[in-house]
Every structure is written in structure tokens, then in C-alpha cells.
Design a protein around this ligand. Structure first.
Ligand code: 4NP
Length: 171
């Protein structure tokens, strides 16, 4: 883990930025703060389906039951500058990952600085309970699908924290 005073920046990304990635943002940030790491988390969507909307009421409800408050968040679409501003972008599923890779390649042609510093990974990259698995889209699902999002976000967040505690983030 870096001793730099500049925080490491992580962006969680799903399709709509109203279900999975806002949940991941709050769960991951809460676990990071508990572990005392100098990391800040944001979230975005690959689509612009719900600009400036709060998280889905179902995501808010099930997150609240587990002690996570999503109410302050507002949806936004990922943009080219995110590839310069963030150190790590975490995709919630494999479609998100492929879409982010494409956007990143396109952005590389238009950004002036040429500094695409963000690394890309799956949220589940180091999660041995859900290895390389997608966090399934709960939008057309029911309670168990929303509860699973929280469970997977918690499990994957713990795995990332163990990883960060063992690695130099600037390496
Ligand atoms: P999310 O879920 O990607 O986890 O935010 C979805 C939210 C909205 C839609 C699809 C997925 N939609 O089609 O509007």
C-alpha cells in the first residue's frame, strides 16, 4: 500500500449506475475506511439511461438493511477523463468490462495528454468466493437478486482490501 498522501482513486462501473455500481461504491468505501486505507471510490455507468437519478429504490432498501446508505448518490455516465483521473476501474460484469475497454481505446485517440492511467479489472478479480464472476444485473429481478449484489460487493471488497494491503499501489 502506498504511503503517498494523494489518495488512490477507484471507479466502480455497471450499465445504469443505479443498482450495482452505487452499491459497490458505498460498500467498498466503507470497507476501505474501516481498513484505514487512503483510497476514494466513485461510480458511473456505461449507459446514460438514468442521468442524475438516485439509486434504484430497491437497491437503496436492501443496502440500508445491511447498513449502507446510498441516498446521496446520483447516476452519471463514464467519460473519457475518467481514464485519466482514476487509477483503477472495476467492472461489475464482463459486458461492462468489454464496453469500458472499447471506450478506453476510443478515448486514447481523443485525449490530449495521452495519459490513460486507469487499470481495468473485474470487481470479482481477487474474490475466491465468486472467482472472476459477474455481479448479475438485478434490474429485472427480485429481492434475492438485490441481496446477492450486496453479498458479492462485500465479498469482492474484502478481497480487494486484502490485495491492496499486500501490494504497492504505485508499482
Ligand atoms: P445497473 O442495473 O447496471 O446495475 O445499474 C441496471 C439499471 C438500469 C437498467 C439496466 C440495468 N436499464 O435498462 O435501465
Amino acid at each position: 500500500m502506498s504511503r503517498s498522501s494523494v489518495p488512490y482513486k477507484v471507479l466502480c462501473v455497471c450499465l445504469g449506475n443505479i443498482c450495482r455500481s452505487p452499491t459497490a461504491e458505498v460498500v467498498l468505501q466503507q470497507h476501505i475506511d474501516k481498513a484505514g486505507l487512503n483510497i476514494i471510490v466513485d461510480s458511473a455507468g456505461t449507459s446514460n439511461y438514468h442521468p442524475n437519478q438516485p439509486p434504484d429504490v430497491r437497491s437503496q432498501k436492501y443496502a440500508k438493511q445491511q447498513g449502507y446508505d446510498l441516498s446521496h448518490l446520483r447516476a452519471r455516465q463514464i467519460k473519457a477523463e475518467d481514464f485519466e483521473r482514476f487509477d483503477l476501474i472495476l467492472a461489475m460484469d464482463h459486458d461492462n468490462l468489454a464496453n469500458i475497454e472499447l471506450l478506453m481505446r476510443q478515448s486514447g485517440k481523443t485525449l490530449h495528454s495521452g495519459s490513460l492511467r486507469a487499470r481495468l479489472a473485474l470487481m470479482s478479480q481477487h474474490d475466491t468466493d465468486f472467482p472472476q464472476q459477474a455481479i448479475p444485473d438485478p434490474y429485472y429481478g427480485d429481492a434475492k437478486d438485490f441481496e446477492r449484489v450486496i453479498r458479492q460487493c462485500e465479498s469482492s471488497s474484502q478481497a480487494w482490501i486484502r490485495y491492496w494491503q499486500q501490494h504497492d499501489l504505485n508499482a
